[in-house]
Design a protein around this ligand. Sequence first.
Ligand SMILES: C[S@@+](CC[C@H](N)C(=O)[O-])C[C@H]1O[C@@H](n2cnc3c(N)ncnc32)[C@H](O)[C@@H]1O
Length: 222
Amino acid sequence: MIGLLRKILPEAIPAWAAVSYSTGAAKLYGPQYKFMAGEIAAVARGVLLDIGTGPGLVPLEIGKIAPSLEILGIDVSEAMIAIAQKKREELGQKQVSFRVMNGDALAFADNSFDMIISTDALHHFKRPVMVFDEIYRCLKPGGEAWVYDGFPEASDKDIAAYIHGAGGVFLPYWFLRLNLLIHGFSKKEYDNTVRYRVSQSRFGTCIFEQRGIMMRLRFCKR
Ligand SMILES: C[S@@+](CC[C@H](N)C(=O)[O-])C[C@H]1O[C@@H](n2cnc3c(N)ncnc32)[C@H](O)[C@@H]1O
């Protein structure tokens, strides 16, 4: 059922949904954005690319913690990029920029980025192997790509910790579980479908690491 939904839904979040996503996601995934931004900022150096950036909440959060990083967010949705650019102007973060672009056809030279990230977008990609190959091409040798997506089989303890971390934002348990189901993959899908797609890409392999309510795919370019 969820697999069918993924096939039917458009790759880009439609313009009518972009505004509600940007405000809804900020509330629902706010603690997760802070967590991911924190662990990315702790290791990132140089120039960073975010694929499927949506309203740019993760790059802008990283920009607050690590202002010396140069961060570029790309998204296939023009409406999302317009929102991200507006938020960036409000925050005055000159080191962060956004462009409309598809992750499966990156308009960058080989070996352009020190690190590439993607949050909550993998389940949207229609051609994930092409995106992995583009990440490989544009990443500098020795660089890493961290691709996060939802993990609906996170334990009750992980869910409770997340709700606790949301600090007063009303997040019903069932709502969060349902959201993870739609915005992510089951353990079986990570183990089979996603692992198979990675094996077809130039990376060949990656490390799967559960990070609370998310799964992180960690790719290394040798
Ligand atoms: C669920 S949103 C996640 C946005 C943001 N990264 C976050 O964590 O809130 C997924 C985004 O991926 C974008 N997207 C889907 N397929 C894409 C592709 N092939 N290349 C670039 N962006 C893509 C969609 O337009 C959407 O904005």
